[in-house]
Ligand binder design. Structure first.
Ligand SMILES: [Zn+2]
Length: 604
């Protein structure tokens, strides 16, 4: 959609927007509350800094900290949400900037809690844990990280250096978003504008082979100009992680990077090894099918994002989406469904498309309040998948908040996408079962493969495969440069796609496209959450009620368990190969079905 057709935010119909008055009736109330945070945090500091001597004092302090944090996060999310729907609104931007400034001061004032607790003898922390379940996880985390703590003054200095340590990511983003500029490209005498976003969101899916391939070439040519800058920036980040890992006394860089995810190396390696080996044949088959359907002489790397049936794109209204959501999620029972359906009645979702609204979709949970979901509703069926995904996050945060404290809400990165992607699977199950039309069925299944599984199990997994090789080098004291990175990325792609896909020149530069590498071992977690989701989805389809009950218990547990514990509660043992092997086999059966439906469509 071109910018000039878009409405201004104030022109958008109210029913398409989310209702932020549920947080503050008017912005003035927000302003007023914002002013109270600093003095409150100073009060906590005066009262407890250097005085966390007994278990009772520790618990009282955590209680006051949590209660302030609830308000601070609510205000923070409010200002973020308000600005995300209209980044051209200066008032909102000012509010956000002001809120951020106050929060960083508040968090600075309260940072003594963590550092002081880490210095306490284990017995006192154990004693506090014995007195209430409420802060068990927080205190356990403190105990876990105790051995890796540096001297208090060093930690403080490191905290001051935080913005500097963030520099590699900032520099990467500047290069990518500000400096890279792509000249127009020409196909059959017609000129096409090119940008990072245009390439990734449009041209790489373009059904016209010439446009797609020319765009890929022009895109790669420009990207290549920055490879040394980006490699040096990335190397700085890696070096930083290696130094911190060594200084804190971790056994190796993998252990250091997996520490916060609360999983061990075997879970990490399993995702990469098994997917590379067992998923590859199925995805090569899918690539072959794309090649056939599009009549391509050869399948190249730049063709992988095209859809199987580009002319077919079912439309759906917001009102109709309700029926789909209800139909898909009723399997989870009335309580779950009630939470989800409130999102329509209470306007949790911002559907509008307007100037200055941020792209993509997200869900932001707010403790003690309802979550909010940002979408840009285009009226296409694929939007229902995004909605059902975000509603999965929303329901997770609502159900967990009823049972656990704010300080126990954070779930390991390994697990976080399970409650959302499982809902995409329920929607798939529902749509396929309901329809008799082979073309529609094929569209549903291939969307699941081309979007959900491709994104989580291929794109990000191939990042993870490459990244593991990079970290192996770094861990043994080597450094990486543009040539090394090109080589490692190309190898990962080659290992996965084999002869099924030709790696066109420029494919090796894929490492330059993702900001994920600035987040440690993040890429592999996409496949981890979806593995749990697939295993639980299969279990629910097979066993019904008892499996649903277990899953709801998992959602209510929030972050009170590690990923192994959460998955176990859902009846899935992620310390074995089984769930992942089953998931890969399931993807295989989906590809089989897509092949069968394709034949059926052609016979007609
Ligand atoms: Zn998500």
């Amino acid at each position: 959609m071109s910018e000039n057709k878009l409405l201004k935010r104030w022109e958008v119909e109210e029913s398409l927007t989310w209702d932020l008055t549920r947080l503050y009736a008017v912005p003035e109330y927000f302003e007023k509350e914002l002013k109270s945070f600093l003095p409150k945090s100073e009060k906590i500091q005066q009262k407890y800094d250097g005085k966390l001597e007994s278990s009772d004092t520790i618990l009282m302090c955590l209680e006051e900290y949590e209660s302030l944090l609830k308000k601070v996060s609510k205000a923070g999310t409010y200002s973020f949400l308000a600005s995300s729907v209209d980044e051209t609104d200066e008032k909102n931007q000012q509010r956000l900037a002001k809120a951020q400034m106050i929060f960083s001061k508040v968090m600075g004032n309260l940072s003594f809690i963590e550092s002081e607790l880490k210095e306490k003898p284990e017995e006192i922390l154990q004693e506090a844990m014995g007195k209430t379940e409420k802060y068990r996880v927080v205190l356990e985390d403190i105990l876990r990280s105790k051995p890796y703590k540096l001297h208090r003054e060093v930690e403080k200095t490191l905290a001051f250096f935080d913005p500097v340590l963030e520099a590699p990511y900032q520099i990467y983003n500047q290069a990518k978003l500000a400096d890279l500029s792509f000249p127009n490209f020409i196909v059959e005498g017609k000129e096409y504008p090119l940008s990072f976003v245009l390439f990734e969101n449009e041209y790489q899916m373009d059904p016209n082979e010439k446009i797609r391939r020319e765009a890929f070439q022009s895109f790669s040519k420009e990207l290549r100009k920055y490879r040394n800058t980006m490699a040096a920036t990335y190397q700085t980040k890696l070096q930083q992680e290696k130094i911190l890992s060594d200084q804190r006394g971790h056994e190796n860089i993998f252990e250091y990077l997996l520490f916060d995810q609360k999983v061990d190396r075997s879970l990490y390696d399993r995702q990469i090894d098994l997917i590379m080996e067992e998923l590859a044949p199925h995805m090569r088959r899918y690539a072959k099918l794309l090649q056939q359907e599009h009549g391509l002489e050869k399948m190249t790397y730049g063709d992988l994002k095209i859809s199987l049936d580009p002319e077919y794109d079912p439309k759906v209204t917001i009102e109709e989406s309700k029926g789909y959501i209800k139909g898909a999620l009723s399997i989870l029972g009335e309580d779950y469904l009630n939470v989800v359906m409130r999102s329509y009645d209470e306007r949790w979702v911002d559907f509008a498309q307007n100037v200055g609204k941020s792209t993509g979709g997200f869900c932001a949970g707010i403790y003690d309040y309802n979550p909010y979901i940002l979408l840009s509703w285009s009226g296409l069926m694929s939007e229902v998948f995004t909605l059902v995904h975000e509603l999965g996050h929303a329901a997770h945060s609502m159900l967990a908040a009823e049972e656990v404290s704010l300080l126990e809400m954070d779930v390991s990165m390994y697990f976080v996408e399970a409650p959302s992607t499982i809902n995409e699977l329920f929607l798939t199950n529902y749509l396929v079962k309901k329809s008799e039309d082979p073309r529609f069925k094929r569209w549903v299944l291939s969307s699941m493969i081309a979007n959900t599984y491709y994104h989580n199990f291929v794109t990000h997994l191939l990042e993870a495969t490459y990244q593991r090789e990079v970290y192996k080098l770094i861990d043994q004291g080597d450094s990486v440069h543009a040539n090394t990175l090109d080589k490692l990325k190309k190898q990962a792609l080659k290992d996965f796609w084999g002869d099924a896909v030709e790696l066109s020149e420029g494919a090796e530069l894929t490492w330059m496209r993702q900001p994920h590498y600035y987040d440690g071992l993040y890429p592999y977690t996409y496949s981890a959450g979806l593995t749990v989701a697939t295993a639980v989805n299969q279990r629910i389809l097979k066993e019904g009620e008892p499996a649903v009950k277990d899953w709801l218990d998992v959602l209510k547990s929030g972050g009170t368990m590690d990923p192994v514990g959460l998955a176990k509660l859902a009846g899935v043992d992620i310390t074995t190969d089984k769930p992942l092997k089953d998931t890969i086999a399931y993807i295989g059966t989906m590809v089989d079905e897509i092949e069968r439906l394709t034949e059926e469509i052609h016979e007609k």
